[in-house]
Design a protein around this ligand. Structure first.
Ligand code: NDP
Length: 370
């Protein structure tokens, strides 16, 4: 969707950088090695659920670059994909499921983690079924369609004792880690204003992203959630209230879901945030004004190619494969107990609470409490 297919050359380049990034932590490796020897399980088996664009073009290549995960199974409703992945990726026939046989994953010791990459309306159900089958879960964003669904997912995780993580890959990107550090550590004084936008032009009018029953909402649920996340991690605060406006340029194509949403958030310390998301056009930036300076990342929210600056000076970071770093971070949490970076289910619930408040503010035309 955003970001392009990685060429073999780039794949090898980012792969070697990624290995360097991970091997930098000697302490971690030592802990992991000790634990791995003890458990005789050096790498977690991941089953991808829903073999669409993101699973195929991003997660599959990323899994080949991870240190602590590997592709172990697939869940798909398309028999041709099942055959292709068995042939091309060496997935064992016994580790191939469809949506009816999915619950039998409980019997499969090869699969430790289920990664739900389905349309948004299916996130809650397939996450809960995997947790009930005793598997750790990574669920794509947005976490679900409502706070009520998030609560059911969190309750299932608690009951099962397994981890529930979100597909929030940007916590493992060095540009966003720096944006978070600069804001939360008040390197240039207190944050005063956050501005951010993420949008793209939605093409195919028949895609599930434009159907409310499958997507839950439009641009806001799909990519606006990245802007909500960034406003929260650049300030280190939770918004207390917000106002919001929706604008449609095409009332037929976007009859069921939002096309463009603008919203403004107030935070407890007085920080303000001005945010945009859209299916109408490309926009991709975050900018933070602090008491004694400012920083900006644009492009900001894609898989690679970020450009950042702090008071006009470029941010210099080697690119990482976000998805590989993200899955390895979650695997380390499972294997060694080292906490993953703000990608837990509780984070997804906080974002969903804000999304619900934004839709309420659009409907009421008033400032709404979060
Ligand atoms: P796609 O439409 O490309 O793939 C979704 C897959 O889900 C389909 O290929 C299909 O797989 C399966 N599926 C099952 N039921 C349905 C149905 N009723 N309609 C459509 N598909 C169905 O979507 P994406 O891969 O772009 O997105 C999937 C999820 O990943 C979304 O929640 C999205 O928000 C998230 N995402 C996250 C990104 C990130 O950067 N973190 C980036 C892109 C997406 P099969 O044929 O195997 O059954």
């Amino acid at each position: 969707m955003f970001g392009t297919m990685t060429t073999r050359r780039e794949f090898l380049k980012t792969g070697s950088l990624q290995m360097g990034f991970l091997s930098a932590s000697g302490l971690l490796s030592a802990r992991l090695a000790a634990k791995d020897v003890a458990s005789a399980k050096p790498s977690l088996g991941v089953a991808l659920v829903g073999l669409g664009t993101y699973a195929t073009q991003q997660l599959l290549p990323a899994l080949k670059q991870t240190k602590h995960c590997h592709l172990a199974g697939i869940v798909t409703g398309t028999p041709e994909k099942a055959a292709k992945w068995q042939k091309d990726e060496g997935v064992k026939a016994a580790n191939v499921y469809d949506y009816k046989t999915y619950d039998r994953i409980i019997e499969n010791p090869d699969i430790d983690v289920v990664y739900v990459v389905l349309p948004n309306s299916m996130h809650a159900e397939y996450t809960i079924r995997a947790l009930n089958a005793g598997k750790h879960v990574i669920c794509e964003k947005p976490m679900a369609l409502s706070v009520a669904e998030c609560d059911q997912m969190l309750a299932a995780a608690k009951k099962s004792g397994k981890t529930l993580s979100l597909g929030y890959r940007l916590h493992y990107d060095p540009f966003h880690q720096e944006a978070k550090r600069l804001g939360q550590e008040q390197v240039m004084g207190k944050v005063k204003l956050f501005e951010g936008g993420f949008g793209f032009r939605a093409g195919d009018p028949t895609q599930w992203r434009l159907r409310k029953a499958l997507a839950g909402g439009g641009a806001l649920m799909d990519v606006g959630v990245y802007v909500i996340q960034a406003a929260r991690y650049c300030t280190g605060e939770e918004p207390v209230s917000l106002t919001a406006q929706e604008i449609k340029t095409d009332k037929v194509k976007f009859a069921e879901v939002d096309e463009t949403v603008l919203w403004q958030m107030r935070f407890p310390s007085g920080v303000l945030a001005s945010c945009t998301t859209s299916y109408h056009c490309n926009t991709d930036f975050l900018q933070v004004a602090c008491e004694k300076g400012r920083y900006r990342i644009s492009p900001s929210f894609g898989y690679k190619g970020m450009k950042g600056e702090v008071n006009g000076k470029p941010m210099e970071f080697a690119p990482v494969n976000q998805q590989a770093a993200h899955m390895d971070g979650i695997a380390r949490q499972i294997l060694t107990g080292e906490p993953a970076l703000n990608v837990g289910g509780d984070e997804g619930r906080r974002d969903m609470k804000i999304i619900e408040a934004i839709y309420r503010a659009i409907a009421s035309g008033r400032e709404e409490k979060v």
